[in-house]
Design a binder for this molecule. Structure first.
Ligand SMILES: [Zn+2]
Length: 152
């Protein structure tokens, strides 16, 4: 299957974004300054692998594998070392994918607010399922790949 848009090799995160302890899980990404609705916050990059290669990388276990599903059987594996890895899931997220490899603020984000994305919209891997403790009023309890759609 052809990938319509080649990803850049690296990940860019807006310099207003900081890593801080999160009430959702471990550490998270937070807005050190207000961010307007529609502003680009993260540009994703890395390399594209198929499901078999993704499974192999995860089984290998040498690096934490952070991936975003771009198309059917096309997973973008983010490079190690980016703070984008700390992005937590919320069932009521303030970031959304507006085109392949780009996350924008879906609404205005206040200073010190945690930046979140709906993993269900970016994780199309077979069998993806995660118990959620995001605390949103609309929390689904278990997040699966059922909301994922091809980005490419
Ligand atoms: Zn939730």
């Amino acid at each position: 299957m052809a990938v319509m848009h080649r990803p850049p090799p690296g990940v860019w995160v807006d310099p207003r974004v900081e890593v801080r302890p999160s009430a959702i899980e471990g550490q998270g990404l937070f807005a050190a300054e207000p961010i307007d609705a529609g502003e680009v916050v993260v540009e994703l990059g890395g390399r594209i692998v198929d499901q078999a290669e993704l499974d192999r990388l995860i089984a290998e276990g040498t690096d934490y594998v952070d991936s975003v599903t771009i198309d059917v059987d096309q997973h973008l594996v983010l490079p190690a070392g980016s703070i984008a890895h700390f992005g937590n899931h919320s069932c009521d997220p303030n970031l959304r994918v507006d085109r392949p490899y780009r996350l924008v603020a879906g609404r205005a984000v206040a200073r010190a607010e945690e930046l979140t994305v709906d993993y269900g919209t970016i994780s199309g891997a077979d069998g993806f399922s995660m118990v959620c403790r995001c605390g949103a009023a609309t929390c689904r309890g278990v997040v699966t790949n059922d909301r994922w759609r091809p980005l490419a």
